[in-house]
Write a protein that binds this ligand. Structure first.
Ligand SMILES: [Cu+2]
Length: 423
């Protein structure tokens, strides 16, 4: 389904002709339900399982709301075609953004490869300005590092550059523009290098999430990359409640890989569970020590892998804990700033006497909009009505569900994929 839809979109773009030659439209379908257990991998994507090693199978990373990057094998080399281009996307229903991304997606599709692989990445610059790609954290030859001017000439508009190297590491890495302002237009994607044999303890689910922030002025769809204040905060290109919940079965061991590229650091907090950090942007943490935490600071340019046992059933928020990152359209609110003399009466007050007597200082502060139906998808099936009103900004939900509910959600996803494929 995924590839057919991609082909469909590509066809659409070519039909659209010159006017939108450099425009791609983000996919709003959710990632194809894919087997989470190797070795039942779809051909051409995902990691290879270590054969005949019980418990050593590598679990493919699922990056909600972001597709996987397809690849093909040419003489033993895994080959990726990456387009750098304008992408029109939607942060929540109705909030359109014109950013820059890869292959029609912001963030770019997730690359999943295995330690020891030889990879070739054909990068085509469809931007109207020079570009070069950096492979963040990879120990590769200097001329492949993507530093414009220093290690290569920037790729001119319409130009191409072929990056090729062998992967000596494993862990959570990422690819991104090495032009600072372009980074703030969205040019980043996950680059997951799986180990040949799964880490221990073995995880049942593995998720990848990119943290980004945007300054979108009212009635404007283009992010202000000069801004120092941000009013839209996204996980894999979606703001809550449009973020797709992470679905896990009760009792499973779960890994979540977090990568941050923006102007702020994000303390990511989970409810109802304790986790430990098992990896950074430099690779696996090699220690038996388990430091219990429920909030991890993901600094700019960092990756943090966290792992926990989902032993507490229910629907749990997972979010950046910066208050301004827990809301949408966080502009200077008209209410609190403009209405300091127009407060609401305290309950039961007669409001007699001096100005503001009986009034409630500070009101109003929080506003919530319930939009359950607008963001409904298989992964939100069975959530408590009204859930979307309190899920905003850099927030998603970890749903620790029964096997029955898990299977129901998978069935709904399969049905959705079947319908999308039939379009
Ligand atoms: Cu934050």
């Amino acid at each position: 389904m995924q590839s057919s839809r991609r082909l469909f979109l590509r066809g659409l773009a070519s039909v659209a002709g010159v006017a939108s030659a450099h425009t791609a439209y983000a996919q709003h379908v959710h990632p194809t339900p894919q087997p989470l257990k190797a070795p039942v991998q779809p051909a051409g994507s995902g990691p290879q399982a270590a054969p005949h090693e019980p418990g050593a199978e590598v679990v493919p990373v699922l990056s909600p709301d972001v597709p996987d990057m397809p690849w093909r094998l040419e003489n033993g080399v895994k080959v990726f075609d990456i387009r750098v281009e304008h992408v029109r996307t939607e942060l929540i229903p109705g909030r359109v953004m014109d950013g820059w991304g890869f292959n029609g997606s912001i963030p770019g599709p997730t690359i999943q490869v295995t330690e020891g692989d030889r990879v070739r990445l054909n990068v085509e610059n469809r931007l109207p300005e020079p570009f070069s790609m950096h492979w963040h954290g990879l120990e590769i030859p200097n001329e492949m590092d993507g530093m414009p001017g220093l290690s290569q000439d920037a790729i001119p508009p319409g130009g191409r550059f072929v990056y090729e190297f062998t992967l000596k590491q494993n862990g959570t890495f990422f690819y991104h523009s090495h032009m600072a302002m372009q980074e703030m237009m969205g040019l980043i994607g996950l680059f997951i290098i799986h180990p040949r044999r799964a880490y221990t303890p073995h995880v049942d689910r593995d998720f990848g999430v990119i943290l980004q922030e945007w300054a979108l002025l009212p009635n404007n769809t283009i992010p202000n990359s000069l801004a120092m204040e941000f009013n839209w905060l996204t996980l894999n290109g979606k703001a809550g409640p449009a973020t797709t919940p992470l679905i896990v079965k009760l009792g499973e061991r779960v890994r979540i890989r977090l990568v941050n590229l923006g102007m702020d650091h994000h303390p990511m907090h989970i409810h109802g569970h304790q986790f430990s950090v098992t990896g950074t942007e430099g690779g696996r943490v090699r220690t038996r020590a388990v430091i219990p935490e429920n909030t991890v600071l993901v600094g700019v340019g960092q990756a943090r892998d966290i792992e926990f046992v989902a032993n507490n059933p229910g629907d749990w928020h997972f979010h950046c804990h910066l208050p301004h990152h827990m809301m949408n359209q966080m502009v200077s609110m008209v209410g609190p700033l403009m209405m300091s003399q127009a407060n609401a009466p305290r309950p039961g007050s007669t409001a007699a006497g001096a100005p503001n007597a009986g009034m409630y200082p500070g009101y109003p502060q929080d506003m919530a909009m319930v939009m359950d139906d607008m963001v409904a998808k298989p992964e939100t099936y069975g959530l408590r009505p009204g859930w979307s009103g309190g899920t905003m900004g850099m927030m998603t939900i970890v749903r620790v569900v029964t096997p029955e509910l898990f299977d129901k959600i998978q069935a709904l996803k399969a049905e959705q994929a079947r319908k999308a494929g039939g379009r």
